[in-house]
Ligand binder design. Structure first.
Ligand code: SAM
Length: 276
């Protein structure tokens, strides 16, 4: 087992922060991760049928689902809109239970009622569509959920903030996704509040909608690391979205140091599909 000290030292070195700050952050994260894992184990562990993960991205959560929560033989469909990202996911995770579906959430290539659980983690704020109508973007995901099945989203939220883009560097950073989507003529849902997620699930026809808030500690060195990562990503972004990317990134970089390094909390919101 790794001791906490080397991990904190490694973190401190990687992000250029004092070891004490790194140790404090990692201890807080470990406590919160434990809460999150217990809660997910409860919800996911009670499902015996197939699971659909929405907006799987490069598969960080997909890997966790398979390693930690799904049972032997339990099918996981990971839905991702972009082929390039889905391909990375396929290359990174090799597991007989996993099938990667490359598709927009408006058209899930599964029959009605195929899933016992539909779940997404830190994905919906990043969901893009032509019209920005998130309920329309998710209606087909509810179709593939079996009656009695659970629809669970958890995502970064703006609760506790007035103007989240000015009060949190992470909040400001999320605006970049909205701006990049606009460069390709799409609308990105962006950051919302827990109440918006509750309203969304109710509009989708889910019942008994419940919520749980998960605070996150501020990550030391977050802003400097983000600036570094965006700099590295710049050529790839420009290739994909064109020269408009430079104005988006430059305006962020000009403001980032003046915005507090406050982390966004996560909310879990879940409900049941009626009809069983
Ligand atoms: C923030 S990333 C996901 C992070 C991942 N869930 C995790 O926990 O590490 C959001 C992903 O959703 C995908 N996405 C966005 N809009 C989508 C849509 N309408 N349908 C399906 N996938 C979508 C994006 O391509 C992106 O890979």
């Amino acid at each position: 087992m790794r001791s906490e000290k080397p991990e904190a030292e490694e973190f401190a070195e990687q992000y250029g922060v004092p070891v004490e700050a790194a140790r404090d952050y990692l201890a807080r994260m470990a406590a919160l991760d434990g809460d999150e894992q217990r809660f997910l184990a409860e919800i996911i562990g009670s499902q015996v049928g197939p699971v659909v993960e929405l907006g799987a991205g490069a598969g960080e959560f997909t890997g966790e689902l398979l390693a930690r929560y799904l049972k032997p033989g339990q099918r996981l469909y990971a839905l991702e809109r972009l082929e390039t990202i889905a391909q990375k996911l396929r290359e990174t995770i090799r597991d007989d239970r996993l099938e990667v579906l490359v598709s927009d959430s408006r058209r899930v290539p599964l029959p009605d009622g195929a899933a016992a659980l539909v779940i997404s983690r830190v994905a919906l704020h990043d969901f893009v569509s032509d019209d920005g109508d998130i309920a329309a973007a998710l209606a087909d995901c509810v179709r593939v959920l079996a009656p009695g099945g659970t629809f669970l989203v958890y995502d970064k939220i703006a609760d506790g903030f007035g103007a989240v883009e000015r009060e949190s560097a992470e909040g400001r950073m999320e605006r970049i996704n909205v701006q990049l989507a606009a460069l390709e003529g799409k609308r990105c849902w962006g950051l919302h509040r827990t109440a918006d997620y509750v309203g969304l699930l109710e509009r989708l026809g889910l019942r008994d909608v419940r919520q749980r808030l998960l605070p996150r500690p501020d990550r030391p060195g977050y802003v400097a690391d983000l600036k570094r990562r965006l700099d590295q990503a710049r050529p790839g972004y420009a290739k994909r979205w064109g020269d408009g990317v430079h104005a988006v990134l430059d305006s962020f970089l000009a403001e980032a140091d003046g915005i507090p390094n406050r982390a966004l909390p996560l909310a879990m919101v879940w409900g049941t599909k009626p009809g069983c």
